[in-house]
Design a protein around this ligand. Structure first.
Ligand SMILES: [Ca+2]
Ligand SMILES: [Ca+2]
Ligand SMILES: [Ca+2]
Length: 402
C-alpha cells in the first residue's frame, strides 16, 4: 500500500490590503467612532499587548474605522476582512459582530446568532451556518470574503479555515465602502455578552485574507526632525510620540514627552521617526509579512484654520506616497488625549520588501502654509504577519491520500 502525501501549497489570493489593527494603541482613541461601551484591555489578548473587549449588559459595544482625506472625504477602503474572536459569554440576542458600512448605513455584515450560528447578510440576502460557535473562551479565526463569485457578487465566511456559510448572489459586495465596524451591535434588542476581538485586517478586494497577527512598531529614535519640536521646545522628538496609550494634552500645557508640533509655514515640514525593527518586533526569518501601514495620532493646537498633513512609511519598505489628512480632522483645539485627537493611517503595502533587522521609518508632514500649529502624540507602524513553520500550520496543509 502506498501513501501519497499531498502538500497543498494553496496560498491565499492576496487582495489589496487597506487597513490593519491589533488594538495596540491601547486606547479607544485609536478609533474615530465608538458605539456603546466597548473597551481596550490587556488581560485577554490573542497577540500583542491589547485586544478589544465587549462585555455589556443590554447595550452595544463596537468601534468603527474610517480614513478621512484632507478636506474630510471618506476613503472607500473596505470590502473583505479577517479578525479573531473569542467568546466568553454568548450573545443573548442576534448581533452584528463585523460589518462594512456606507457612512452610517450597514452594507455587508456578519451576524452572530444567539444559537452560535454565523450569518452573512446584506440586509436582504443571507446565508446561515449549520455549524455553531460556543462560549468556549478560545480564539477563532473569522475570514470574510465579499465578492467571491463571478461579477464580484456573493458573500462567504470561514471559521478556523473551514467555510461555514456562503451565498452567491448579493450584489452589495461589488462596491467598496468607507467604514468598518468591529464589535457587537444588537439588531432587534441590545445584547448581553462577553466577547473579545483582535488581529484585524481589511481589503478592498474579494479575498479570504488568511491567518495573521498585528504588531505595532514603536518609535526608538529621531531620523529627521525638520522644523518640528517637542512640546517644551526640545529637539529629541521620539519620546513624545512613543507613548502607549498616547498622552497628548492641550497646547498650553504640552511638554517634550507629551507631543510634538510644527508651526512651519514652508508647506512641507516633515518629521521622520525610526521605529523598532521588524526583528525587535518579534518577526523571524521564517515568518511572512502580509502588510504594513503607518499610523499617527494628531490634532490642531487651536481651532483657527485647517492644518493639512500626510502620513506614510518613509523607508523599509520604500515607495509609499503619503496619505493626506487634516490634523485632528479639523474638529478644534486638542485637550487631554483622546479629546479631539484623531488617528490617521497611511497607505498599506502588501507583501512588502523589507530588511527585518533594520528600522522602518514613519513620516508625518505638515503640508499647509499657515503658522497655526499642528500636533502629533503618537507615530508607529502596524505590521500584520503570519508566523511560519509551526507544526500545527503544516499539519493543516497536508492531506494523506491512501
Ligand atoms: Ca492585539
Ligand atoms: Ca515617551
Ligand atoms: Ca480648525
Amino acid at each position: 500500500m502506498k501513501l501519497l502525501a499531498l502538500l497543498l501549497l494553496c496560498l491565499p489570493a492576496w487582495g489589496a490590503h487597506t487597513y490593519i489593527t491589533g488594538f495596540e494603541m491601547g486606547s479607544l482613541g485609536e478609533f474615530p467612532v465608538i458605539g456603546g461601551f466597548p473597551s481596550i484591555q490587556g488581560t485577554t489578548v490573542r497577540t500583542g499587548a491589547f485586544a478589544l473587549q465587549v462585555n455589556p449588559t443590554a447595550t452595544d459595544g463596537f468601534v468603527r474605522v474610517r480614513s478621512l482625506a484632507a478636506g474630510g472625504a471618506e476613503r472607500n477602503l473596505f470590502r473583505s476582512a479577517r479578525m479573531y474572536m473569542r467568546i466568553a459569554t454568548m450573545v443573548d440576542t442576534d448581533s452584528i459582530i463585523l460589518a462594512i458600512l456606507d457612512g452610517a448605513n450597514y452594507k455587508q455584515r456578519i451576524i452572530l446568532l444567539s444559537t452560535g450560528a454565523l450569518r452573512v447578510s446584506d440586509g436582504t440576502v443571507t446565508a446561515t451556518s449549520t455549524n455553531l460557535l460556543t462560549a468556549d473562551n478560545q480564539w477563532h479565526l473569522i475570514e470574510w470574503d465579499n465578492g467571491w463569485n463571478v461579477g464580484g457578487v456573493g458573500m462567504r465566511v470561514k471559521v478556523d479555515s473551514v467555510e461555514w456559510a456562503s451565498e452567491a448572489t448579493s450584489t452589495v459586495p461589488t462596491s467598496v465602502f468607507n467604514t468598518l465596524q468591529i464589535g457587537v451591535g444588537g439588531i432587534a434588542t441590545f445584547p448581553t455578552c462577553n466577547i473579545y476581538f483582535d488581529d484585524t485586517i481589511a481589503s478592498d478586494s474579494s479575498a479570504y485574507l488568511g491567518a495573521g497577527q498585528a504588531i505595532l512598531l514603536r518609535p526608538i529614535s529621531d531620523n529627521t526632525d525638520g522644523a518640528w519640536v517637542g512640546g517644551g521646545g526640545g529637539t529629541s522628538l521620539f519620546p513624545a510620540v512613543d507613548n502607549i496609550p498616547p498622552v497628548g494634552v492641550a497646547e498650553a500645557s504640552d511638554t517634550d514627552t507629551s507631543q510634538i508640533n510644527s508651526a512651519s509655514k514652508s508647506g512641507t515640514d516633515a518629521v521622520i521617526i525610526n521605529t523598532q525593527s521588524y526583528t525587535t518586533g518579534g518577526i523571524g526569518a521564517s515568518d511572512t509579512i502580509n502588510a504594513v501601514m503607518a499610523i499617527c495620532n494628531d490634532g490642531e493646537g487651536i481651532n483657527t484654520g485647517t492644518k493639512t498633513g500626510t502620513v506614510r512609511i518613509q523607508a523599509n519598505p520604500s515607495g509609499q506616497t503619503g496619505q493626506s489628512f487634516d490634523f485632528g480632522d479639523n474638529v478644534g483645539d486638542i485637550d487631554t488625549f483622546p479629546t479631539r485627537w484623531r488617528t490617521h493611517i497611511g497607505p498599506v503595502t502588501a507583501s512588502p520588501s523589507v530588511t527585518l533587522g533594520n528600522s522602518p521609518t514613519v513620516e508625518v508632514v505638515k503640508t499647509d502654509t499657515t503658522t497655526r500649529t499642528a500636533h502629533a502624540d503618537f507615530m508607529g507602524i502596524y505590521v500584520d504577519y503570519t508566523p511560519g513553520g509551526p507544526a500545527s500550520t503544516v499539519r493543516r496543509r497536508v492531506t494523506i491520500v491512501p
